[in-house]
Design a protein around this ligand. Structure first.
Ligand code: SF4
Ligand code: SF4
Length: 396
């Protein structure tokens, strides 16, 4: 998949205890079933784009993926070194994304290595003929903790039109069924935009039928090929937030919203947390029932460079795949130092630097707006979230 940046695991990961064979910063030791990661020291998760090659040609692809491997990709050895540094930093979760990660034959070795050093590992294969039951079984044997597939429309016709390859819908559903048969915890990723806004109810019904542990809903960030697509209006966001919130109260799986940080404001408003002055941890959606199969959650808001870090296929270190400003490269720089000390990352973690409506907003610590969308739309990653309804009632 691919879209994953704020990805597979996003900002609701409560990480279940894992056994680490090496020492980790005390800030990341599991406490009461979850990790408490200090986002100044480490991201909750790192998304590593192991390849940019992909046989699909999705309309929204931030990676501009093409079906050809890049000889400059990080090697297996370089990848293992990167995993070592991520583990040493105190990050508990790594998602191997793409492109289509199963285009790499050494994906299993990377997963197995990550597991050996105590990381929780997820991946996001694309729905193509490369996705076989045998390959999924091989990922499971390597130790994969969770696998995610992307579904963006409730019918084959609409999904395939979005992904630009006939048959990808059926291949994705087949992969999802195999994952369940193999007892691999299953996540579905969906990108919401004007393209599928009106199909939400049918989409949700389909997703609900798939026996998943996690539904990650992305709101379009107009970057890469996605620059030509239309995102939702602020009012449409609110309508979708309402539906997502309602679904979250009854669904037997966790719902996570990515690049729609203002969903947390919506939930806080519903819970009355703002009126009580309760910001931060409580103002998020709660999972209706604890499911030990879920790879992890966090109660704190995760944003580009704040609890989240992205490494592209050639090793470039960015705050997010949707915020592709390069702050270093793992071939020449230590990801630990870049995440903790690079001015870009430090600025992104400092909510007092935010401008416009976000900068004055009482929900800034709960939400903070999508830094990636602010950058994609305005060129300024500290600008106000462009698609928040609060911006309509307040002058910038
Ligand atoms: S083309 Fe589609 S499946 Fe492939 S990397 Fe891009 S978004 Fe992911
Ligand atoms: S104005 Fe900004 S910080 Fe406030 S709720 Fe909207 S997006 Fe979030």
């Amino acid at each position: 998949m691919p879209l994953a940046p704020a990805g597979l695991l996003g900002d609701l990961w409560r990480v279940h205890p894992v056994t680490s064979q090496s020492s980790r910063p005390s800030s990341t030791r599991p406490a009461r079933g979850g990790f408490s990661v200090d986002f100044e020291q480490a991201p909750l998760l790192v998304i590593w784009e192991v390849t940019r090659a992909c046989a699909l040609a999705c309309q929204h692809c931030r990676a501009d993926a093409i079906d050809r491997r890049d000889p400059r990709e990080l090697t297996l050895e370089e990848g293992c070194r990167l995993l070592d540094r991520i583990q040493a930093m105190g990050t508990p979760i790594v998602v191997l994304t793409g492109g289509d990660p199963i285009q790499r034959d050494d994906l299993e070795e990377l997963i197995a290595y990550g597991k050996k050093i105590g990381l929780r590992m997820g991946t996001i294969p694309a729905g193509t003929p490369r996705l076989t039951r045998e390959r999924l079984a091989s990922l499971k044997a390597a130790g994969i903790d969770q696998v995610a597939f992307s579904i963006d429309a409730p019918t084959a016709e609409r999904h395939d039109a979005f992904r630009n390859v006939p048959g990808s819908f059926d291949l994705t559903l087949r992969g999802a069924r195999w994952a369940r048969e193999l007892d691999i915890p299953l996540q579905i990723n969906t990108v919401l935009s004007r393209y599928n806004f009106h199909e939400f109810d049918e989409l949700a019904a389909l997703v609900e039928s798939l026996d998943i542990v996690f539904w990650e809903v992305f709101f379009l960030v107009p970057t890469g090929r996605g620059t030509v697509l239309e995102g939702c209006t602020p009012q449409e966001y609110e309508a979708l937030f309402e539906k997502l919130h309602r679904l979250s109260k009854r669904a037997p799986f966790m719902i996570k919203v990515t690049e729609g940080q203002h969903y947390r404001r919506y939930v806080a408003q519903q819970q009355g947390a703002a009126a009580e002055g309760e910001h931060g941890g409580r103002a998020v959606e709660r999972r209706p029932s604890g499911d030990a199969r879920v790879i992890g959650t966090s109660s704190k808001v995760v944003n580009a460079g704040k609890g989240f870090c992205f490494v592209d296929h050639t090793g470039s270190i960015c705050p997010s795949g949707f915020l592709p400003i390069v702050a270093g490269n793992v071939r020449t720089d230590d990801i630990v130092q870049v995440y903790r000390g690079h001015p870009l990352f430090r600025e992104l973690r400092d909510s007092s630097r935010l401008k416009g409506v976000c900068g004055r907003c009482e929900y800034v610590e709960v939400c903070g707006g999508s830094r990636s969308r602010a950058y994609a739309v305005t060129g300024d990653y500290l600008a106000s979230e462009p698609d928040c309804v609060l911006a309509l009632t307040s002058s910038a």
